[in-house]
Design a protein around this ligand. Structure first.
Ligand SMILES: C[S@@+](CC[C@H](N)C(=O)[O-])C[C@H]1O[C@@H](n2cnc3c(N)ncnc32)[C@H](O)[C@@H]1O
Length: 211
């Protein structure tokens, strides 16, 4: 069923209640408030569209970032690399809550500049944002890679896979709506598949582990 404006808003409302109840302290509240005001006049959907007309922007709910962190046992010794980090809200949330190192990569300049600005105000030293095509970045130091791009073409996923082969053994790649073993069953194992809800509807999270 196609999501409606009302169903998306309803989802976002209940998601925000969970976020406030489970994650808010003074700093997470400040972080969220900074994002709210930074994007008050121009929303991320409009900004992403300027980079690429067919760019379908969407964000992962913070409750799902938290599930990913728990499954991957993120802590201050681990590096979370987000390929296509958008506004960086999720990446900064994880760095703040789990103290892990995060690297967010996005090719939309405004997202990266504003994420750095918020990071600097909040002094979240373990978070870094890189403006680049994620096919050009070094993935070898990541412990957990997150990719939320449900509309990537098969050829894009094949190119990503080539890069992901440089991950260390045991490195986790979290994907939405497709598993990596569908493309390469010799380099990855599927550790877990979980049905989850995004604002636009249900999908699966795949935890792929590098062989
Ligand atoms: C669906 S959004 C996901 C944002 C964020 N990861 C989240 O889950 O909330 C995908 C993001 O990937 C970025 N993106 C798409 N292709 C990219 C590429 N080749 N290099 C860098 N960023 C890319 C887009 O600009 C967009 O911000």
């Amino acid at each position: 069923m196609m999501p409606t404006f009302f169903s998306v808003k309803r989802f976002q409302f209940f998601e925000q209640i969970k976020v406030v109840k489970n994650f808010y302290n003074l700093r997470v509240f400040a972080l969220d408030t900074l994002f709210f005001f930074t994007y008050l006049l121009q929303n991320p959907f409009q900004i992403a569209k300027k980079k690429e007309e067919k760019n379908i922007y969407g964000e992962t709910p913070l409750t799902l970032y938290d599930q990913i962190a728990q499954f991957s046992s993120l802590d201050s010794d681990k590096t979370f690399l987000e390929l296509g980090s958008g506004r960086g809200r999720g990446a900064l949330f994880l760095a703040e809550r789990y103290g892990c190192k995060v690297v967010g990569v996005d090719w939309v300049s405004i997202f990266v500049k504003r994420a750095r600005y918020i990071r600097n105000i909040m002094r979240i030293e373990s978070a870094h944002f890189v403006e680049a095509d994620f096919l050009d970045v070094d993935l070898s130091k990541a412990d957990v890679v997150y990719i939320y791009g449900t509309c990537f073409s098969d050829s894009m996923i094949q190119s990503l896979l080539k890069r992901l082969k440089s991950l260390r053994q045991g490195g986790i790649v979290v994907t939405v709506s497709y598993s990596l073993i569908e493309y390469d069953s010799s380099s990855f194992l599927l550790k877990k598949q979980k049905r989850v809800t995004f604002p636009w509807g249900k999908s699966d999270l795949f935890y792929n582990v590098k062989n």
